[in-house]
Design a protein around this ligand. Structure first.
Ligand code: 3HC
Ligand code: NAI
Length: 698
């Protein structure tokens, strides 16, 4: 069933019923249209109510249908809305909750709209790189006013129904109904059954006192904020059409904009990211029905950089946190940092004082393991040394109550080995947060070989609660994100050897869209971290080649921003990266020692060597089962590594370029005597996909 039909008294009720969010796919549109026709034909019916079953009125057009013939099959959304609007009997939309995109456009085609307070109203198409394509840009400005409608359409953000109903002169909602919405809608339908003419939003005027000046101002603002995304400006032009054109012409302009945006790589990337985010929360052998353990109290071991940030996530979500340290000074320092962070948010007006106090009241500290035993989840964030982890996990095993989840935030150590320090490896899992842990969206959930399914299901649910994007990774050195970034960093190093300056590589990467190039990133994170890893690698994998330029840098004590100098120079107290003559000289000497003559390297080559290094390593991760799916890799890079959202992640980008072309480029890189020919050997999965003419995300 995709829409049900019933007659209550003399009012027909059409209920959209396409779980989970009543997406307006072909079958639902068809069933809704049939309902309208049936009601129109039934002399006993005097009015119609349209509503949605379950948790939504409607989440909009069925995004899964995009690009398939079903999306356009009649009745398409425009035809359904036209049918509703032209109906000779009044149609009332009863909006009890989520009403978004095509769902709102359908409601706007109805003659009347009633809503429950708290219903989430939005035209979020812009977040998918689109504009509302079923009349939303034409009807919302008419119903709500040009400025609030433009804000909603360009931001895509949901607004509560009762807020919108308070806007002066608005015609979006006829009533906000506390209590039983369906009863109210039936009564309202009976009340308006005989009123003619039927009110139609299309007959209203979208007016603005100073349209030219307003739209010019909006163009400047929106243009500046949406550099790499074409949709927001096209949304704006469509709203301008609502003011400047007749309804039908505006509708045509909107349609053209929608069709043009639908085929842009940016929209494809954003739609990919939408589904990738939801797919990442699913684990193939852990069904949604897996019971989860209750998490009502959290303990964090270590109040350093990560421990503090991790704690804040739980405090923000209203969960009590107890932090354990070895020394009182460390606790005091950690708590002071948390306070400072919150106070910064209060000062910027991002957090209310009383909320800040509520959060701090949930925080306690201890030096004694005896006090944390009743926590449901404990996250260890102590020094990255296996001996320290061993001591901590042995203590946790001794004190934590049965059923408690024992998590480690280790970034490089073997989670299976850590689990082996306990008598309960099934309760041990990796929760790899990214720094700053209270800000970064990504959480890698590291599944040990013994981790229980309900532990995984619980951690995924906890991640949702603390608003993280959780991606499951198997156990390996670096997990998904850092194992890939190591290959990217190796390429960045080879590029220096061959003739690039750090600023040239960073500029090319940032022009491509990375939030930060590899060398600015190194200076921010601390170049000593990579140095320590390389020293380990030189022992473990002597066959693996690295550029020694980063070692030379560290030998100069240039660890990055924290030492006031790294790949760049820094003015004390500032973060601006200033190209460094010392580094230039160091690189010249380094090349001379290797007998390398610097060559010109194009931005194109820089970017492709960096990105394809990520892609090839990811293909190995997929083959090994460390990553579950290519779209998970994309989520890791979009949410944890500053990969440009409008490119959809490295795997989506590689698919866009075409894997055949990716492999051709890799073959060229392999011929470069200064590169690592062995690495550029296409991973077996990549080679297979090329053979089959497929992409990673097909
Ligand atoms: N079409 C198809 N599936 C949709 C969908 C849609 N419009 N909206 C959500 N879903 C699916 C999700 O993919 C997910 O499926 P899964 O369980 O198989 O992974 C499921 O619904 C639940 O989604 P969420 O986890 O996001 O559920 P929430 O309850 O947290 O949020 C929501 C519900 C607020 C509706 C949120 O899903 C959302 O924002 N959806 C997108 C809404 C949107 O962008 N609508 C515009 C569509 S484009 C359009 O209408 C074009 C028109 O103008 C012509
Ligand atoms: P940090 O050095 O800032 O903090 C570690 C804290 O642990 C210190 O306050 C220390 O006093 C405390 N500690 C040490 N031994 C302890 C013990 N036996 N019991 C209780 N407390 C103890 O280190 P940071 O950066 O917070 O890293 C912690 C963990 O998080 C490491 O495993 C690291 O690999 C991981 N990690 C770090 C990231 C980063 O960017 N800093 C990112 C992701 C993970």
């Amino acid at each position: 069933m995709t829409a049900s039909y019933e007659v209550r008294g003399n009012v027909a009720v059409i209920t959209l019923d396409n779980p989970p969010v009543n997406g307006l796919g072909y079958a639902t549109r068809k069933a809704a249209a049939e309902g309208v026709e049936r009601a129109e034909a039934d002399a006993g019916v005097v009015a119609i109510v349209i509503t949605g079953a379950g948790k939504a009125f409607s989440g909009g057009a069925d995004i899964k249908e995009f690009g398939s013939p079903k999306a356009l099959a009649e009745p398409n959304l425009l035809s359904l809305i036209a049918l509703v609007e032209a109906c000779s009997k009044p149609i009332v939309a009863a909006v009890h909750s989520v009403c978004m995109g095509g769902g709102l456009e359908l409601a706007l085609g109805c003659h009347y709209r009633l809503a429950s307070p708290g219903a989430k109203i939005a035209l979020p198409e812009v977040k998918l790189g689109l504009l509302p394509g079923a009349g939303g840009t034409q009807r919302l400005p008419r119903a709500l006013g040009v400025e609030p409608a433009l804000n909603m359409i360009v931001s895509g953000e949901p607004v509560n129904s009762e807020m919108l109903a308070q806007l002066p002169g608005q015609k979006l909602f006829d009533r906000i109904v506390d209590g039983d919405l369906m009863e109210a809608a039936l009564a309202f339908a009976a009340e308006v059954a005989d009123k003619r003419p039927l009110p139609r939003v299309r007959d209203l005027k979208a007016r603005h006192a100073e349209p030219q000046a307003f739209f010019q101002f909006a163009r400047n603002t929106v243009g500046a904020m949406s550099k790499n995304f074409p949709a927001p400006l096209r949304c704006l032009e469509a709203v301008a059409a609502a003011v400047n054109m007749k309804f039908e012409d505006g509708l045509r302009a909107e349609r053209e904009g929608f069709a043009a945006l639908m085929v842009t790589p940016e929209s494809k990337a954003l739609r990919h990211a939408f589904f990738a985010e939801r797919a990442a929360s699913k684990i193939s052998d852990v069904p949604d029905s897996t019971p989860v353990r209750a998490i009502n109290k959290v303990a964090v071991i270590g109040a350093g950089t990560m421990g503090g940030g991790i704690s804040m996530n739980f405090l923000n979500a209203g969960l009590p946190v107890i932090i354990l340290e070895t020394k009182q000074e460390a606790l005091d320092r950690g708590v002071a940092t948390i306070r400072k962070n919150y106070e910064g948010q209060v000062a910027k007006g991002k957090l209310k004082q009383d909320k800040y106090e509520q959060r701090m009241a949930l925080l306690s500290t201890t030096l004694s393991y005896a006090e944390i035993g009743d926590a449901d989840l404990v996250i260890e964030a102590v020094f990255e040394e296996i001996g320290v982890k061993e001591a901590v996990f042995k203590q946790l095993d001794a004190v934590m109550k049965p059923g408690a989840i024992l998590a480690s935030n280790t970034s490089t150590l073997d989670v299976d080995k850590i689990a082996g320090f306990t008598q309960r490896p099934a309760d041990v899992v990796g929760m790899h947060f990214f720094s700053p842990a209270n800000v970064m969206k990504l959480l890698e959930v590291v599944r040990g070989k013994a981790t229980a399914k309900d532990v995984l299901a619980t951690v995924m649910a906890v991640a949702k609660k603390i608003r993280k994007t959780a991606v499951v990774s198997g156990v390996c050195d670096g997990f998904i994100g850092n194992r890939m970034i190591e290959q990217y960093s190796r390429q960045a190093g080879f590029l220096l050897d061959e003739g690039c300056s750090p600023q040239q590589v960073d500029r090319a990467a940032e022009k491509f869209g990375f939030a930060m190039g590899p060398f600015r990133m190194g200076d921010l994170a601390g170049n000593d971290i990579g140095w320590a890893i390389r020293k380990r690698r030189y022992q473990e994998k002597p066959e693996l080649r690295y550029s020694a330029s980063a070692d030379r840098l560290c030998e100069l004590g240039r660890f990055g921003q924290k030492t006031g100098a790294g790949w760049y120079d820094y003015v004390p107290g500032k973060r601006d990266a200033i190209p460094s003559p010392v580094v230039g000289e160091m690189l010249d000497k380094h090349r001379a020692a290797l007998g390398i003559t610097a060559r010109e390297i194009s931005d194109d080559e820089i970017v492709h060597r960096l990105v394809y290094a990520l892609v090839n390593e990811a293909a190995h991760l997929l083959e090994e089962g460390i990553a579950q799916r290519a779209s998970d890799v994309d989520m890791v890079y979009l949410t944890g590594y500053g990969f440009p959202l409008w490119r959809g992640g490295p795997m989506c980008y590689a698919d866009t370029v075409g894997l055949f072309n990716v492999v051709q480029a890799m073959k060229r890189f392999a011929k470069n005597p200064l590169d690592d020919a062995k690495f550029w050997q296409p991973a077996p999965l990549l080679a297979r996909l090329v053979e089959q003419g497929k992409g990673f995300n097909d």
